[in-house]
Ligand binder design. Structure first.
Ligand SMILES: Nc1ncnc2c1ncn2[C@@H]1O[C@H](COP(=O)(O)OP(=O)(O)O)[C@@H](O)[C@H]1O
Ligand SMILES: [Mg+2]
Length: 259
């Protein structure tokens, strides 16, 4: 059984509009799957639904994590079970510094893994790990004492998301357009940071419009996502094909018009 399994997942917005129209997918640790699709196809809706965002309603189908049905679970419980979502548009949390946010997030996971009993990480251990990861991901030390994402540039937000991932060590990372707003140097650092974590302990679902990030994180499987559905799956070559031909061949109306 794969670590993350989606079975015929349908997702609607709160007003009842169906955006994701039946997705089947299995992603394991040690694997990178890419979901590539045009803007507005429902990629972020799918990632939010995987994470348990309350504004996205799973109307049909199931999400399994390690074989357990998490479809009805809240985002916090999914996170405690090792799911992590790097948002396309990370929110600012004025009043909460990066350091205190990361410590609280780690301690929440540690508590859950310790049968609900507090088991906070020792401060020296936390600081040592934080500084090591910040150096590795080239996050400036000054950012640690600033309020989370408050006035951060696009690149800073993404680096801090990956820093959060490196600190939390999830088992399944969902990266929603982590490449957007990054220049090549930042992309290299961020992609390298993700790549190092992928292995027997972690798998990743990389969601993207452009294939750029996939030059740095080679996917094992690529899925083309159009209008709320996976319309084609293949290997890394499929991403190159998309780069050359775009999504038009996969969009029914356009494909018809061109034929
Ligand atoms: N919270 C929301 N409120 C209203 N509309 C939404 C919301 N989230 C997504 N949508 C709509 O759902 C469709 C798919 O959006 P999205 O999932 O963001 O696509 P993608 O990430 O592929 O660009 C769009 O029409 C978008 O406007
Ligand atoms: Mg999106």
């Amino acid at each position: 059984m794969a670590l993350l399994k989606l079975e015929n997942v349908h997702v609607s917005l709160e007003d009842g509009t169906e955006i994701v129209k039946g997705v089947d997918l299995e992603v394991d640790t040690n694997e990178v799957h890419a979901i590539m699709g045009p803007n507005g196809s429902g990629k972020s809706t799918l990632s939010n639904a995987i994470m348990g965002h309350p504004a996205y309603v799973i109307t049909e189908g199931k999400i399994l994590l390690d074989g357990d049905d998490v479809t009805e679970m809240g985002a916090d419980e999914r996170a405690q079970r090792g799911l992590f979502l790097a948002f396309q548009y990370p929110h600012a949390i004025p009043g909460v510094t990066v350091t205190s946010f990361l410590r609280a997030a780690i301690n929440a996971v540690r508590k859950a893994r310790n049968g609900g009993v507090e088991n906070p990480i020792a401060i020296p251990e936390f600081r040592k790990e934080l500084l090591a990861q910040m150096d590795r991901l080239k996050v400036s030390r000054e950012l640690a004492s600033r309020y989370l994402n408050d006035g951060f540039s696009g690149g800073e937000k993404k680096r801090v998301e990956i820093l959060q991932m490196a600190m939390l060590k999830p088992r399944m990372a969902v990266l929603d357009e982590t490449d957007s707003g990054l220049d090549i140097d930042a992309l290299r650092v961020v992609a390298g940071g993700v790549k190092e974590l992928i292995g027997p302990e972690m798998g990743a679902l990389v969601i993207t419009h452009y294939q750029r990030i996939l030059d740095y994180i080679t996917p094992d499987h690529v899925h083309v996502f159009v209008d709320g559905r996976i319309v084609k799956s293949g290997g890394a070559d499929l991403a190159k094909e998309l780069e050359a031909d775009g999504y038009d061949p996969f969009i029914p109306a356009t494909a018809g018009a061109e034929a």
